[in-house]
Each structure stands twice: as structure tokens, then as C-alpha cells.
Design a protein around this ligand. Structure first.
Ligand code: Z5A
Length: 208
């Protein structure tokens, strides 16, 4: 039986990095040792593509190039890491996946949804996450949190309006796929966010 595929998503400053380790530990407490990985990246080739995508000197990358590079990295990630792990019955916990493409390249950049959906079908061949944890935070608050970090990358340089479109599409995805999405209010203090994550995961695991 194939393993479960869990993704964690969120806009700028939502706290994914701060919470993915918490999710991993929670799964381990339930006897599950997931493969933890991320996008764009997760393989040597994917990490090289990530460097190109995030480099703020590459301001000339066209929107379609950006979209295709995301899916090129994803195709390699699926071939080298995600599909083999799932086929061996392992669980995979991935920091961002295709919902991020709908949100950033679709919402943020304005690429038509059907173009992204065509690539999704081609590259994933029907594979979808079993559970997506969406950390949702108002854009102003996320930007204030993220602003305290180091030098901004190519995406972090975008304006608030870009991140508003990203958030809108993430929430649309959650409404479109209510069976796999759990929306977590990430605007609260860290302990409260993690308590909700623990509750959501415990409930979801008990339903399986
Ligand atoms: N991207 C894309 O466009 N299309 C795609 O298909 C994919 C990705 C897959 C890199 O992603 C970029 O790739 C991303 C979208 C694009 N660009 N952006 N923006 P990434 O996931 O690697 O990078 P990131 O978005 O910067 O994620 P991150 O490092 O996980 O950041 P974060 O969600 O903002 O989380 P954080 O660093 O844990 O938290 C931010 C700060 O807030 C930090 O100082 C924390 O200490 C603080 N924090 C966290 N939680 C709290 C609470 N609850 N209270 C107070 N302060 C908090």
C-alpha cells in the first residue's frame, strides 16, 4: 500500500519553516517516520533550479519560464524522491507542492489556471496530496514577520498586492478541495498554532 503524502503550505511569513519540524515530531509520536522534503528543491537538480528561481539577480525570468522551472524541479522530485518513497509505503512530508504553483504562478503572476492544471496532470499523473496543511495569515502580518529575516529573495521582493492574490488562490484551493485541506489560523501565537496543528493531525490520523 502506498504511503501518505502530506504537504504544508502558506504565504509569506506564515511560519512553515517554524512548524514543519513540529509536524514531523508529531507524526513520529504516532510511529510514522516521514521523508521530509521541500519544493522547489528536494533533489540535487531541484535545488539547483531553486537557486536559479530565488536568485534576486534573475529578475528577467519570464512567467512561463518560472512556471516550467517549478514543474521541471517537481518532475525530478517526483521521480527521484516522492514516488519511490510512497511506493515503498513511506510517508512524505513536503514543504510546498503544486498548490503553491496555483497560488504564486497562478494568483501572483496571473498565469491561467488551465495551463497550470495541464502541467499538473502531465507531471503528477493523478498524484495529489492526501492532506494539505495551509497556514493562513493576513498579508500585512506575514510580511511584518518575514521582514525580520535576512535579505529578501526574488519572491520576497514582491509587493503586498502580489501576496494578497497568492493568499486568495490558496483559500480558493482550500474551498475547492475541502476533503484534503485543513486551514490553520497562523496569525496566533506559536503555541496556539501548534496546538491546532496537533489537534488536526491527531483527528486526521484517527480517521484513517
Ligand atoms: N514557490 C512558487 O512560487 N511556486 C511553487 O510552486 C513553489 C514555491 C513550490 C520559496 O519557498 C519560494 O518559492 C516561495 C514561493 C515559491 N516564495 N516566497 N515567498 P519557501 O517555502 O522555501 O520559502 P518561504 O516562503 O520563505 O518559506 P519559509 O522559509 O518557510 O518562511 P515562512 O513560512 O515565512 O516561515 P518562517 O520562516 O518559519 O516564519 C517567518 C518568521 O515569523 C520567523 O521569524 C518566525 O520566527 C516568525 N514566526 C513564525 N510563526 C510565528 C508565530 N506564530 N508568531 C510570531 N512569529 C512567528
Amino acid at each position: 500500500m502506498r504511503g501518505c503524502f502530506i504537504t504544508i503550505e502558506g504565504g509569506e511569513g506564515a511560519g512553515k519553516s517554524s512548524n514543519i519540524e513540529f509536524v514531523r515530531r508529531h507524526l513520529e509520536q504516532h510511529g510514522i517516520k516521514p521523508v521530509v522534503t521541500r519544493e522547489p528543491g528536494g533533489t540535487p537538480l531541484g535545488e539547483s533550479i531553486r537557486t536559479l528561481l530565488l536568485d534576486e539577480r534573475n529578475s528577467e525570468i519570464a512567467n512561463d519560464t518560472e512556471l516550467l522551472l517549478m514543474f521541471a524541479a517537481r518532475a525530478q522530485h517526483l521521480a527521484e524522491v516522492i514516488n519511490p518513497a510512497l511506493q515503498e509505503g513511506k510517508w512524505v512530508l513536503c514543504d510546498r507542492f503544486t498548490d503553491a504553483t496555483f497560488a504564486y504562478q497562478g494568483g501572483g503572476r496571473g498565469i491561467p489556471r488551465q495551463r497550470i492544471a495541464a502541467l499538473e496532470q502531465w507531471v503528477q499523473q493523478g498524484l495529489e496530496p492526501d492532506l494539505t496543511l495551509l497556514l493562513d495569515i493576513p498579508v500585512w502580518q506575514g510580511l511584518a514577520r518575514a521582514g525580520k529575516r535576512s535579505a529578501p529573495d526574488r519572491f520576497e521582493r514582491e509587493q503586498a498586492a502580489f501576496f494578497e492574490r497568492v493568499r486568495k488562490v490558496y483559500l480558493e484551493q482550500a474551498r475547492r478541495y475541502p476533503e484534503r485541506f485543513r486551514v490553520i489560523d497562523a496569525s496566533r501565537a506559536q503555541e496556539k498554532v501548534q496546538q491546532t496543528l496537533a489537534d488536526v493531525l491527531t483527528a486526521w490520523l484517527s480517521e484513517r
